[in-house]
Design a binder for this molecule. Sequence first.
Ligand code: 5GP
Length: 114
Amino acid sequence: MASKTIFEQIRDGEIPARIVHETETTLAFLDAHPLARGHTLVVPKEPYEHLQDLPADLSADLFETVHELTPVIEEAVDADASTIGINNGEAAGQEVPHVHIHIIPRFEGDDSGP
Ligand code: 5GP
């Protein structure tokens, strides 16, 4: 059996993380090396590597979570906006082979974008 991704280990409680939201199919937790206060990763609980590997219903769940969570995070850290992004594939900078959407709070005049 293939070894678990870091995000599966977080899902299974084997690596500590600050979980901020959970649904039946998705998990959201704070990034360990945040580019800004409140930098959050939203992942499917199952370890699909690329966005295009996700079944359509799971893709919808993932984006629904991002949709719900973005204003909550912005309010929690008093952000002015968010950068929301996916590094989809190694050449694009994807370090963890398990789809994840970055929600990076942004502040007027900051310099923390990707
Ligand atoms: P990527 O470059 O693949 O788009 O982003 C991977 C993200 O995962 C990085 O922002 C990195 O800080 C985060 N990350 C890597 N390992 C861990 C971990 O063990 N825990 C958490 N919470 N985040 C991690």
